[in-house]
Write a protein of this length. Structure first.
Length: 421
């Protein structure tokens, strides 16, 4: 990907900036974004801007679709939702042109963003940025609609899923040879926990790609995980900054420094749990279940299998709540085929994750996590770990208490001595 000849031209002064929906919520904020873009332009940089839909536009469009249909076509949903970013890009271009800054707006397809065919969750496969480069060469600011692209085979418009504008911006930065990408949002940077939940959460000045990826996967909404993957894979530093004031923000990049044991705590209320009870304990049953889920495009996160003494096992797994209906239907179909007893679903769960690259070389962190939650009277229903992450599923109404207890216990960004592990 991004390896063809069209990606060899490096524009040393190119700046890629992405502005989220809150930053573009109304005419006043659009003019403020135009001010920032104009300032960057007058500093001598070429500028590519990636925009999200204004404010709550995407949610409003989703709600409108639900009012007219209980089961809207995925294709038509992409046609509908891609309109939000087109409004933002045109308004910002109008604002810039009115103040004498030449600007042009392009949809994802016009900018050459090519994706696979998965409506609602498409992945970027390539970027043919010919029109973008030509416009930059003509001295224009280029504004690209985030969150969208086109399937080159079917020519259908696709969208990239929630946070997809982040992925658009970082992929464009990689394709155009930018040195970094600036993500402007409604927070000051990446924090050690959600500051709305933990008032004394600290802003991180810098965080490595791998840790940011785990935080994003754990529910931290400041950056889409696929954007972080692009940054890591193509070595594009990501600078997360506030749209509303000048501050240092947070750099997401590779760091040669030894990292803190614990960098941050993320939480996610968007998942649900499915349990297939008393599954025959024989080879192939897990493959049948998870193969069917994968074929239907259902993303599985955490998996726990408990083997009993009577030759059966319970298999529990988590999925996005938006996919729960499909996951339950598929699980019941497979349960009938493999002679499992029953299927239970539970949408009243949440996930809390402790992230830090230093955990892989320091024992005792997991024990302290479990002790902390136990002391708070919080039961752990599922556990998943990696070398730099520990995730626990708890009851949804206990996740705020869990985040606060863990943040108090570990006080991220925490050193080994501070963790006391």
């Amino acid at each position: 990907m991004f390896g063809g000849e069209t990606f060899q031209t490096v524009v040393m002064s190119l700046v890629v900036q992405k502005f989220g929906g809150t930053s573009l919520a109304d005419a006043v904020r659009i003019r403020a974004v135009a001010d920032r873009v104009e300032s960057t332009r007058r500093e001598g940089h070429d500028v590519v801007v990636v925009v999200s839909a204004m404010g709550e536009t995407t949610d409003q469009l989703v709600a409108l679709a639900a009012e007219v249909s209980e089961d809207p076509s995925p294709r038509e949903m992409d046609m509908l939702l891609s309109a939000g970013e087109r409004i933002s890009m045109a308004l910002l271009s109008i604002s810039l042109n009115s103040r004498g800054i030449p600007a042009v707006s392009y949809t994802g397809s016009q900018a050459g963003i090519l994706t696979d065919s998965s409506h609602g969750s498409a992945k970027i496969l390539d970027i043919r940025g010919t029109r973008v480069r030509d416009s930059l060469a003509q001295g224009r600011v280029v504004i690209v609609a985030g969150f969208q692209g086109v399937d080159p085979e079917s020519k259908e418009i696709t969208t990239l899923g929630r946070g997809g504008s982040d992925a658009t911006a970082v992929a464009l930065a990689a394709a155009l040879g930018a040195d970094s990408v600036e993500i402007y949002t409604d927070v000051d940077g990446v924090f050690t926990a959600d500051p709305r939940m933990v008032p004394d959460a600290m802003k991180l000045d810098e965080i490595p790609f791998d840790e940011m990826l785990e935080l994003s996967a754990g529910g931290a909404g400041v950056l889409m995980s696929r954007a972080v993957e692009f940054g890591r894979n193509f070595e594009i530093p990501i600078h997360v900054k506030s749209s509303f004031h000048d501050g240092e923000g947070t750099w997401v990049r590779e760091s040669p420094m030894e990292q803190a044991i614990v960098s941050g705590i993320a939480h996610d209320r968007s998942e649900a749990k499915v349990t297939v009870n008393r599954v025959p304990d024989r080879p192939g049953v897990a493959a049948a279940l998870f193969g069917s889920l994968a074929a239907a495009g259902v993303n599985v996160d955490m998996i726990v299998q408990n083997v009993s003494h009577d030759g059966s096992t319970d298999i529990s797994f988590t999925v996005p709540r938006a996919n729960l209906v499909d996951a339950e239907r598929i699980a019941k179909q497979v349960a009938d085929e493999i002679d499992a007893e029953s299927v239970d679903v539970d949408a009243d769960i949440a996930k809390v994750s402790l992230v830090g690259a230093g955990m892989k070389s320091h024992p005792g962190v997991a024990a302290k996590v479990f002790e902390t939650l136990a002391s708070a009277g919080i039961n752990i229903e599922m556990i998943s770990t990696s070398t730099i992450r520990i995730s626990c599923v708890v009851r949804a109404d206990e996740v705020e208490e869990a985040v606060q207890a863990l943040h108090t216990a570990f006080d991220p960004p925490a050193t080994y001595e501070e963790v006391g592990a």
